[in-house]
Design a protein around this ligand. Structure first.
Ligand code: CP3
Length: 344
């Protein structure tokens, strides 16, 4: 079935678009009072993620309420560790917590490679329901965490400023780290392929903790695994790689022939990024999420400045990271509208 609005898919493939498309990382959940209302009626975060009807409802909300050009499936990157046998809890107002963490080769050995269709069938069910609910209005984005970021949570056991336990693991147990990254990569390929089979129109790989590795470590422990995932998916759907804070890897990402779009955070200059990445990729981003605390006129002016910096083609407007929970919905809408009304 043809999508009524396929701007994001065309931008990702480098085809002509009549205006710059826009969506927002973490648009599902977090800022919408409509999300919090539905959430209050339900149990914990994991129950929400495992309820396809709920996931479908909050995935479609930003399309209706904010007018974005794509939906992103309501789920979390941490469903992969869980499907591999490492359970997590989402602690209210604190974030994820893994009661047991990965320390030894035997721990890695005990993990299984997740099979997307069986272990994560609830995400596929949510995607199928959402595709039906969207009725071909806009594309649906599927996603997964990048192997390094998933390893970071599995070894650290929670969020952290430095992820020093996870980084220590790379220095002290490099072989075990590679064995773990291998299992995560295989699981992620199965998972993303299952998302595409269920109806995801493009996929994004979130490497949220990319920027804490050295360039050499990133080339050893992160990039090759992202490349494998991207290679396994790119003939099926466009692939976006978002390596947050990893300035140093932009040139390498530009040479990753299998990926279509590179996500940029707000610290990365548009012109410099284009030079480093080259002409053959679409760039996604990159307004500072804190811009949306500003007044309406400033939000609009800065959104337009961003569009001029990136140019009229091969750009998908977004923030440089996810929306913050305390942003006002009207300010978020103002950013989306500013992108959509901009005239070249
Ligand atoms: O983008 C979307 O709206 C789709 C849904 C989505 C969620 N998490 C829902 C969620 C996506 C794409 C993610 C990705 C994710 N999850 C990342 C990568 C992106 C990034 O922000 O860097 C990471 C690192 C996680 C792990 C995670 N999940 C953390 C650290 C936390 C706690 C703090 C937080 O961000 O809110 C979560 C919880 C989470 N994931 C919530 C939502 C809506 C909040 C849960 C709630 O309502 O209580």
């Amino acid at each position: 079935m043809n999508l009524q609005n396929d701007l994001i898919l065309r931008a990702a493939r480098g085809e002509k678009t009549e205006r710059t498309p826009v969506w927002l990382m973490r648009q599902a959940g977090r800022v919408l009072p409509e999300y919090r209302e539905v959430r209050a009626k339900m149990g914990g975060f994991k129950e929400l993620v495992k309820s396809p009807e709920f996931a479908c409802e909050v995935t479609v909300q930003p399309v209706d309420i904010l007018g974005v050009d794509a939906a992103i499936i309501f789920s979390d990157i941490l469903v992969i560790p869980e499907a591999m046998g490492l359970d997590y809890e989402m602690v209210e107002s604190r974030g994820p917590l893994f009661p047991k963490t990965i320390r030894t080769a035997a721990d890695v050995e005990a993990l299984r490679v997740a099979n997307g269709v069986d272990d994560l069938s609830y995400v596929c069910d949510a995607i199928r329901l959402t595709k039906a609910a969207l009725g071909n209005r806009v594309p649906l984005i599927g996603f997964a965490g990048a192997p390094w970021t998933i390893l970071a949570y599995m070894v650290e056991g929670s969020g952290s400023k430095t992820f020093s336990k996870a980084k220590r693991f790379l220095y002290t147990e490099p072989q075990t780290a590679h064995a773990l990254l291998e299992k995560i990569t295989q699981s992620t390929i199965h998972y993303l392929k299952a998302q595409v089979a269920a109806g995801a129109d493009l996929v994004q790989i979130f490497d949220s903790w990319a920027g804490i590795l050295s360039p050499a470590q990133y080339r050893e422990f992160a990039l090759p695994y992202i490349a494998r995932i991207s290679e396994a998916l790119h003939t099926l759907v466009p692939v976006t790689v978002f390596a947050k804070d990893a300035h140093f890897i932009r040139r390498d990402l530009g040479q990753l022939s299998s990926c279509h779009t590179i996500g940029l955070d707000w610290t990365m200059d548009a012109t410099e990024s284009r030079q480093l990445i080259g002409p053959d990729k679409t760039l996604q981003g990159n307004a500072d999420p804190c811009l949306l605390y500003s007044d309406f006129a400033t939000i609009k002016a800065e959104a337009h400045k961003m569009l001029r910096q990136f140019g009229s083609q091969r750009h998908i407007a977004n923030l440089g990271h996810g929306l913050y929970p305390d942003l006002e919905k009207d300010k978020v809408r103002c950013f989306v509208d500013a992108v959509k009304e901009f005239q070249w």
